[in-house]
Design a protein around this ligand. Structure first.
Ligand code: EPU
Length: 334
């Protein structure tokens, strides 16, 4: 275990770039150091930090923050059509996508440029441009905080749903995802290009995993702020899923309301709801809403977590008043 840092700012490790402090901070790069770090007993308050791209700290934390820096990508099995790859939790997600492309392995090209670490990917079942993690994941290992033993969870065990998993529910706070295993496809690769914006980008171009990844990167760079330049955590809220009857009633009042079918009802874009209310591009001090994507809250420089949260609450209230919908944060707000 590396040296423990005291009263340490987490600003450099989180993409919202808010200045909050953790009473203790420690980076771990091996399973043994992670186990050691988990044995923190004054009150057992432990916060796990991966890529820091899906968390908003509203205040300082009195416990220990453990930064997961376990590294390694390993092919563990192979058939004529597929390769199973085990990736340690601290690997950067996009670096892993690039590794797959370099090795001509398909399945995650639609998920290019998603910020964050591999270990965080199953926690919210990352998804973009028509593909979700659950379609390519085989299993993961989970180190249990109480027993310090590792448990293997199959993809079914993880209960992956839209931006949701067992790690946000039953296993919340119970341990750490230490590695994730994926099933990637050898050439000829099945491609997923039906998402509107992606299809448009690919018109007149060859269709390969490389060109799909490039198209996704272009789309993302065009409308999502680069966290290296402006603090943000991607979509701040989940897209709400309405029952068919509620959706139909709302659509009567708002005939332009876009929608997508979902297994459990009708998904409507939170970005559209927020946009209708004129929040796009607003700025309050350094907290704001991105001018190109109404679902993305941004930190223009020195916003505090509390200031960003205050803006998020105002958006929630306005959306509720106008549409009767309770927006749920997608970002974990501590
Ligand atoms: N729209 C607006 N105003 C805006 C932006 C969008 O009205 O400012 C409407 C448009 O009708 C648009 C629709 O919202 O067609 C959907 O927008 P977009 O395609 O940008 O997708 P999204 O629903 O806002 C979701 C994910 C993103 C993912 C994209 C692409 C969630 C919460 N977000 O966003 O994921 O990249 O689809 O698949 O599901 C993330 O989770 O951080 C994230 C960026």
């Amino acid at each position: 275990m590396k040296a423990i840092q005291y009263d340490h700012s987490i600003r450099p490790y989180t993409t919202f770039k808010v200045d909050a402090r953790s009473a203790q901070y420690v980076s771990v790069d091996s399973l043994s150091s992670l186990k050691e770090a988990l044995q923190y007993r004054p009150n057992g308050a432990i916060r796990i930090l991966g890529g820091g791209s899906n968390m908003l700290w509203r205040k300082n934390y009195p416990g220990r923050t453990i930064h997961i820096n376990l590294k390694g990508i390993e092919k563990v099995a192979e058939t004529d059509t597929q390769v199973s790859v085990k990736v340690q939790a601290g690997e950067n997600w996009h670096e892993f996508v690039l590794w797959a492309l370099k090795n001509d392995l398909g399945g995650i090209e639609n998920l290019a440029l998603i910020p964050g670490s591999v270990g965080a990917a199953p926690i919210q079942n990352i998804g973009a441009y028509g593909v979700e993690l659950k379609e390519v994941m085989e299993e993961c290992t989970f180190l249990q905080k109480d027993t310090l033993t590792e448990r293997v969870l199959s993809v079914a065990d993880c209960q992956l749903n839209y931006r949701d998993s067992i790690f946000k529910n039953e296993l919340k706070g119970k341990g750490v995802v230490t590695s994730v295993q994926f099933r990637l496809a050898k050439s000829p690769h099945p491609l997923h290009t039906s998402y509107g914006a992606l299809e448009n980008q690919l018109q007149g171009r060859p269709r390969t995993i490389q060109s799909v990844a490039e198209a996704v990167i272009r789309i993302r760079q065009n409308k999502l702020p680069d966290p290296k330049q402006i603090g943000n955590c991607g979509s701040f809220f989940k897209n709400p899923i309405l029952s068919l009857s509620r959706f139909e009633a709302l659509q009567k009042k708002h005939p332009q309301l876009p929608s997508y079918p979902s297994k459990t009802g009708v998904k409507v874009p939170a970005a559209w709801l927020i946009d209708q209310l004129g929040f796009k591009g607003v700025r309050r001090g350094d907290a704001g809403v991105h001018p190109k994507q109404a679902l993305v809250l941004v930190n223009h420089g020195n916003a505090t977590g509390a200031e960003i949260w205050a803006l998020a609450e105002d958006i929630q209230k306005a959306v509720h008043a106008q549409f009767g919908i309770a927006l749920e944060p997608e970002v974990t707000c501590y």
